[in-house]
Design a protein around this ligand. Sequence first.
Ligand SMILES: [Zn+2]
Length: 301
Amino acid sequence: MSLDFDMTFDPAYGEAVVVAPGVRRITVNNPGPFTFHGTNTYLVGSDTLAVIDPGPDDDAHMAAILRATQGRPVSHILVSHTHRDHSPLTRRLKAETGAVVCAEGPHRAARPLRIGEVNPLDASADFDFAPDLALSDGAVVAGDGWALRAVHTPGHAANHVCFALEGTGLLFSADHVMAWSTSIVAPPDGAMSDYMASLDRLLDRDDRLFLPGHGGLVTAPQAFIRGLKAHRKMRERAILERLRQGDRLIPDMVRAIYRETDPRLHGAAGLSVLAHLEDLVGRGAAVTSGEPSFESEYRPA
Ligand SMILES: [Zn+2]
């Protein structure tokens, strides 16, 4: 199964680009190794509007969103997860519009922190965020001519949720499935076992188009998800092979497995290997003494 990433994307910063009937996208000018050209904010509806993922607290982006509403009411703000490139502008947008803020819940890690563990991901989390309405899995939020259903998809973040635009085959896949790259799955905020189960959740659906939190559209979601799963299984096999070859520490495995990767991403790669090892230890396919951590020594089962 080959996995073809689509790196073509015109961010058109500040413009509301029509991407589907009744759906517009505004990309934030916050490009980077983890955000691609920037975060995508989506506006849904033509009478009363929903805003999905307002983005980082950014003056120009705030102005662009308000310009795109053309004075129409924003009834709901939906937030896919509480990373700082997606949720912080919610506070100002709510103050300006009076919209109801909907999300799975406040920021949290996928597992409890261990004694003495420092969470390297805290800097990327929006701890100030709290929804007005906590969306259970399957919950529907509706406005004039649109209804959005919450599809819980933990993995990239514990509170990650995708939103299905009912009756259209469109799914806002946020950072769970993106056309330009794999997702970051980094403990303790993320968990590989959750991520793989969340891929299966979307495979069980029949959405025809994904609108991600970064980059362009995923036009053949089912085949793409199968490719993502195959990619993770390949990584998993590479890690098991490094264990058999005698690697015991995560940095050694990263150096061997991620030779081709931008060194700026090696920190994230180390956390991704840890995510796989947590999953492998949980399934009895690898062993370590005590709880799996970045510093642990790992062995084949
Ligand atoms: Zn993101």
